[in-house]
Design a binder for this molecule. Structure first.
Ligand SMILES: [Cu+2]
Length: 211
């Protein structure tokens, strides 16, 4: 049912976001309409006594069931999208190991002999080829950090003694800003990095220049 690996991480998560947005809007409209209706229809008027009705089982069960159905649908949609980003070990994937530390990042390309390292004084940039799956292996050397690339709508924790694996695919050329999104100490806010999304040729040139 799910295709192996992400077609575009950005699109996948944007789609999930719009599902949430429309459901949220629909719920807001229903709630405000119900409140407005009650305010107008049942407002206090001379000669009117409060209703003696305390329960309405069918309505309450119906409301609870529809809320549960919406929640189940959202959980399913979210986890289905998450599952696409979890490692699927595609043989053509570019492997990038990411090591977060206070307060910087180290990107290693296993087998290619390339390592990029930088901290809050010297922001590191690592390159990926456009439209190809990138298999990340993310860990931390000290405390918990989180690798966040807002333009990809993607974030994952970097935890010491643990490797988090996920795949992403970048569909647009250019530079995307990444940052740490887990407060990790004094210079947390300076813990940034750049993703250079290059053509296949440009990526090969970049690798050769950083060997
Ligand atoms: Cu950090």
């Amino acid at each position: 049912m799910t295709t192996p690996g992400p077609a575009s991480t950005r699109n996948d998560f944007s789609n999930v976001w719009s599902v949430y947005l429309w459901i949220g809007l629909a719920v807001a409209v229903l709630v405000f309409a119900a409140v407005a209706f009650a305010l107008v229809r049942y407002r206090a008027r001379p000669g009117r006594a409060p209703s003696r009705l305390a329960e309405r089982n069918a309505l309450e069960v119906g409301a609870a069931a529809s809320i549960a159905a919406v929640v189940a649908f959202l959980v399913f949609t979210t986890f289905r999208t998450e599952a696409k980003e979890d490692e699927s070990s595609r043989p053509d994937a570019v492997r990038v190991n990411v090591d977060a530390f206070q307060w910087g990042w180290k990107f290693t390309y296993p087998g290619a002999g390339v390592t990029v390292i930088g901290d809050n004084n010297d922001e590191p940039n690592f390159a990926v080829p456009v439209g190809r799956p990138i298999a990340f292996a993310l860990t931390s050397s000290d405390v918990i950090h989180a690798m966040w690339i807002p333009e990809q709508r993607f974030k994952r924790d970097a935890i010491p003694y643990r490797v988090n694996r996920f795949e992403m695919e970048f569909d647009a050329l250019g530079r995307e800003q990444g940052l740490c999104s887990e407060f990790c100490g004094f210079r947390h806010s300076g813990m940034r990095f750049g993703v250079l999304v290059l053509t296949e040729k440009g990526y090969e040139r970049w690798l050769a220049a950083h060997r």
